[in-house]
Ligand binder design. Structure first.
Ligand SMILES: Nc1ncnc2c1ncn2[C@@H]1O[C@H](COP(=O)(O)OP(=O)(O)O)[C@@H](O)[C@H]1O
Ligand SMILES: [Mg+2]
Length: 235
């Protein structure tokens, strides 16, 4: 569903993506791992058209994304850092985004799932980081798109919300959705990922299933397996 070919991106002298190739065809969770600054957010923003790559191509569902924007209506995007107009109330934000997208949305079950009912009449500026993240998750999931791109979705979430998020992702995967998720939470990856992509200094050092990752490295957990791959490349 998402095909990335030879993607390059530099910011000034800083080479951030250096020939990334990725082919994500199966529904399920594809986890992008890599240390801070390895280019995960830049990769995601390139898929969304928020960063303009210097070289390479991206297609979604067989359609090239370059210069296009309609494809974005099929994407649910959770940014790593979301900026909200602070004076707006939570309920107003949901209605505003629904109006802007002009697509039917179902925020209510999500509001319930994340326990946001008491916050619907609160201004966004008054919310804690974790509650903002829940609001952000409702915005991402409420249009029920076939493809989800989540940049560190667990940031600030309490354990209950994390369970709610995992259930929600599982349900959508059950209906055939594809997720591209960046995270530093290894148990989440071990529990749920159908494939793992390890990005380091803008290059993909591993792409494949957990089983392949474990077989290749002789490890039984993601963290040591990734460390083994990094060591193999002397990086
Ligand atoms: N808009 C930008 N302008 C300049 N440099 C940027 C910009 N966005 C990201 N970078 C740089 O690109 C590198 C990778 O960043 P990023 O993609 O956010 O990594 P990650 O999400 O893996 O932590 C970092 O060195 C960061 O400073
Ligand atoms: Mg990032």
């Amino acid at each position: 569903m998402i095909e990335i070919t030879n993607l390059h991106k530099r910011f000034g002298k800083n080479t951030v993506l250096s020939g990334v190739n990725l082919s994500l065809q199966e529904p399920g969770i594809h986890a992008v791992l890599g240390p801070n600054g390895s280019g995960k957010t830049t990769l995601i923003k390139s898929i969304l058209g928020m960063v303009c790559p210097d070289q390479g191509s991206i297609s979604i569902g067989g359609q090239p994304t370059g210069g296009q924007w309609l494809y974005r209506k099929d994407l649910g995007y959770l940014p790593q850092i979301a900026e909200f107009p602070g004076n707006l109330k939570v309920g107003e934000l949901f209605r505003m985004i629904e109006d802007l997208r002009q697509q039917p949305a179902a925020p209510e079950p999500l509001v319930e799932r994340f326990g946001l009912q008491p916050f619907l009449n609160k201004k966004l500026s008054t919310l804690s980081g974790g509650t903002r993240q829940k609001v952000n998750l409702v915005l991402t999931f409420m249009f029920e798109p076939p493809v989800y791109i989540l940049d560190e979705p667990t940031t600030g979430l309490d354990p209950g919300a994390l369970i709610a998020l995992k259930e929600l992702i599982r349900t959508r995967v059950g209906s055939g959705a594809l997720f591209l998720i960046t995270t530093h939470i290894m148990p989440l990856v071990e529990e749920m990922a159908q494939s793992v992509i390890y990005l380091l200094e803008g290059k993909v050092y591993f792409e494949g299933s957990l089983k392949t990752l474990y077989t290749l490295t002789g490890k039984t957990h993601v963290e040591p397996a990734i460390a083994a791959i990094a060591a193999r490349h002397h990086v």
